[in-house]
Design a protein around this ligand. Structure first.
Ligand SMILES: Cc1ncc(COP(=O)(O)O)c(C=O)c1O
Length: 400
């Protein structure tokens, strides 16, 4: 990977050390141009007219996302973010009282909030399958539960927001396929940093966002819907005219493809930016991206782990580009602020975003450091040095 060339494409690398790619990555030049060009076109000729003018390029975003995921044509819906994608998918499951949602300890917080809301409103039950010894859901127990408990839905977060874990989701998706149980995958943190393909992880739904490891703009996301889910007629609880026809006063008909999960109003500039981001990642190769991300993340864990008083929190057989650490003596938020003042971007995951994982391990908040392939080894070393300095300052009792 020609990192120098990739950095020339990434204006932000001149201004900061950006290790917050799990928050929102720095966009590369083609993404910025796609967004800005379209906004300018809208300003020149009108928003609706600009969308018509760029219809082919817009269609290209669908093809790009499909090819990223190894998905069939017509199986991708474009939406505002991963949460919108997830809730659209969830709303398509015709839950009844006592139906079971089977999940893991590593749900994204908003996903779990939606299950709780389903529980409170419809009496749906939630069951959390325990982790295996190494961290991450115990695949054997989950497969057993899919068989014995007959869940209405299995929903799993691939890479959680608050730890470096990569959950082993392919065998779970395969089991669900065998047993005809819908499988909803939150791939928000995995898409863009590793290959995520629905021909390998045969899920029913997959929700993801544009701005994280994919390096697209904020405010766009997508939902994959399997062909069989479309054929079975799964559609969102609250349809919109974009993907549903009103054919008679009392009768509506969902679109045959995944557009039935979309809304009519789109930020097309962002959709074009998403398309450019996906093409950029596919050109580089997701396997090559994963290799470098894992390398930089591992270097981060080693370097920060060597700082006295720092603890690396990541557990699991397979780890991602998300590194989580905590300091004995400094709250995570103070660390993040201190680093930002030194030109280094990281973020904080609070307990309330990572229950029950954080409670079990007695973590109040973690500093999240998430390198991407365009980061340099020196940048990763700089974050460890920055933390070392902050720890020293705190020990000396002075201001950070
Ligand atoms: C694992 C995971 N899922 C879902 C989301 C939600 O994504 P969005 O903010 O695009 O809705 C996030 C955001 O951090 C996340 O980390």
């Amino acid at each position: 990977m020609d990192v120098d060339r990739l950095r020339l494409d990434t204006a932000g690398t001149e201004h900061c050390i950006h290790l917050n790619n799990a928050g929102a990555a720095l966009m590369p030049r083609p993404v910025v141009e796609a967004v800005v060009d379209h906004v300018q076109l809208e300003a020149r000729i009108g928003g609706y007219e600009a969308a018509d003018h760029r219809a082919e390029a817009i269609e290209g975003t669908y093809r790009s996302v499909e090819s990223l995921l190894g998905a069939q044509e017509g199986t991708v819906a474009l939406v505002e973010n991963a949460t919108a994608a997830f809730s659209q998918a969830l709303s398509a499951i015709p839950f009844r009282e006592d139906d079971l949602i089977l999940t893991t300890r590593h749900d994204y917080v908003s996903n779990r909030l939606m299950y709780l809301s389903l529980r409170d409103r419809f009496g749906v039950r939630i069951d959390t399958v325990p982790d295996g010894k190494e961290g991450g859901v115990d695949v054997r127990r989950m497969i057993d539960a899919i068989h014995r408990r007959r869940p209405r839905l299995v929903a799993v977060t691939h890479v959680p927001t608050g730890s470096g874990l990569v959950q082993d989701v392919a065998p779970l998706a395969q089991e669900c396929l065998r047993r005809e149980v819908p499988f909803l995958l939150d791939a928000c943190q995995s898409v863009g940093q590793m290959p995520v393909r629905v021909d390998e992880i045969p899920c029913t739904f997959l929700a993801a966002t544009s701005r994280k490891f994919l390096r697209g703009p904020r405010g766009a996301g997508f939902l994959y819907v399997s062909e069989s889910a479309l054929e079975q007629g799964l559609s969102p609880l609250f349809p919109d005219l974009r993907g549903t026809d009103w054919i008679e006063e009392e009768l509506s008909q969902p679109a045959p493809d995944a557009s039935r999960f979309e809304n009519w109003e789109f930020a097309w500039a962002l959709i074009l930016g998403l398309g450019a981001a996906v093409d950029y990642a596919v050109d580089l190769g997701l396997e090559a991206i994963r290799e470098r991300v894992v390398l930089l993340a591992q270097r981060t864990r080693t370097a920060v782990g060597e700082v006295p008083g720092m603890r690396v929190l990541d557990r699991g057989n397979t780890l991602s580009g998300i590194v989580t650490v905590e300091a004995e003596s400094i709250p995570a938020r103070d660390l993040m602020t201190g680093l930002r003042e030194r030109g280094i971007n990281t973020s904080v995951v609070e307990r309330g975003s990572a229950l029950p994982d954080f409670d079990e391990r007695g973590i109040e908040a973690a500093l999240r450091i998430s390198p991407h392939y365009y980061n340099l080894e020196e940048e990763v070393d700089a974050v460890a040095e920055g933390i070392r300095e902050l720890v020293r300052l705190r020990r000396g009792g002075g201001p950070l």
